[in-house]
Write a protein that binds this ligand. Structure first.
Ligand code: NAP
Length: 309
């Protein structure tokens, strides 16, 4: 029987592990399919405080893991296939094995929604990226034309952010109006460096044979006309998919599957806490996930202490 099981090993999960370990709770961290979480897929992280020269996403996560392990956290590669939260202790099925937990911290994160193109997949991290705040300032994108795909607040935010570095930002959206909030949409469309390409979809990212992004093939969805837009980078901002499927029906979620905390890090199930991107559709930053992981671990510790009083 584990006192604390943490589901997820991104910034939220490993920070929760650090705090729970330092509270002598010997937390068990189940890594999920992507140990270290989304940050391991990005290159240099320049906005995590304490690293003035920036730090590789992978290295940052390795350091977080080591720090948590130093105080007794146990990291186990595994994916939660089922969760029974209807009784205490909670019962998880992890790669076919049964794990019992007195408290749970769900820090399972969210994945970027992808366009689903083969060329997109092949050029990921070679010019195709899903996070302007993480990658926008890289030298390869400076003073270059860039493409942002999407029409929501994220796409607008990414496009606005990229205007600091790009020569021009082409905003490719599948309709002729933005989904983004009016103020955001207005600001985006008024920016002289942002050029919208309406009613259009990216059908291919070029050039796989050169192993880098040189352009995108864009198809007008109304006229079927195809054009090639030169660019050094493609920022896909078409939403996220929270990794919360196994908790459907037991934890309160919004219509997109983000867990809705009851207050702070608590959920509708006493003893189950939540942290990071699986419950955050607004900020989605490494540092906010880490902060929420800290909060969830403190809540779990207090819950166990109150129960044992
Ligand atoms: P979103 O609001 O769901 O927008 C996703 C956008 O991507 C939509 O414009 C959608 O097109 C497009 N899209 C979806 N699937 C696509 C596909 N397969 N191919 C091409 N385009 C596709 O997601 P988001 O922008 O990440 O925002 C998520 C939430 O966070 C929202 O509630 C948003 O308000 C919030 N947010 C707020 C801020 C802020 O306030 N500063 C910043 C970021 C996010 P359609 O419009 O045609 O559906």
């Amino acid at each position: 029987m584990e006192k604390v099981v943490i589901i997820g090993s991104g910034c939220a999960g490993l920070t929760a592990a650090l705090y729970a370990a330092r509270a002598n709770l010997k937390p068990l961290v189940l890594t999920g399919r992507q140990p270290g979480g989304l940050l391991t897929t990005t290159s240099v992280v320049e906005n995590f405080p304490g690293f003035p020269e920036g730090v590789e996403g992978y290295e940052l996560m390795v350091r977080m893991q080591k720090q948590a392990e130093r105080f007794g956290a146990i990291i186990k590669f595994g994916t939660v296939e089922a969760a029974d939260l209807s009784r205490q202790p909670f019962v998880l099925t992890v790669d076919g094995e049964r794990v019992e937990a007195e408290t749970l911290i769900v820090a399972s994160g969210a994945g970027h929604r992808h366009l689903g193109l083969e060329s997109e997949h092949k050029l990921e991290n070679k010019g195709v990226t899903y996070c302007a705040t993480c990658d926008g300032a890289l030298p390869m994108f400076r003073n270059q034309p860039l493409v942002v795909v999407g029409g929501g607040d994220s796409a607008c935010e990414e496009a606005m952010y990229l205007t600091r570095f790009a020569s021009v930002v082409h905003l490719v959206h599948r309709r002729d109006t933005l989904r983004a909030s009016p103020i955001m949409a207005e600001r985006t469309l008024a920016h002289p460096k942002i050029k919208p390409i309406w009613n259009s979809a990216v059908s291919e990212v070029l050039d796989v044979s050169l192993d880098k992004v040189t352009a995108v093939r864009v198809q007008n969805l109304k006229t079927s006309e195809a054009t090639v837009v030169n660019c050094a980078g493609v920022f896909v901002a078409i939403g996220h998919i929270p990794n919360t499927g196994v908790f459907k029906g037991s934890l309160n979620m919004d219509e997109q599957g983000y867990i809705v905390p009851k207050h702070g890090a608590a959920t509708n199930v006493p003893g189950v806490f939540v942290a990071g991107d699986c419950a955050d559709r607004v900020y989605r930053q490494a540092i906010t996930a880490a902060g929420l992981g800290c909060a969830a671990a403190i809540e779990a510790e207090r819950y166990l202490a109150a129960r044992d009083e």
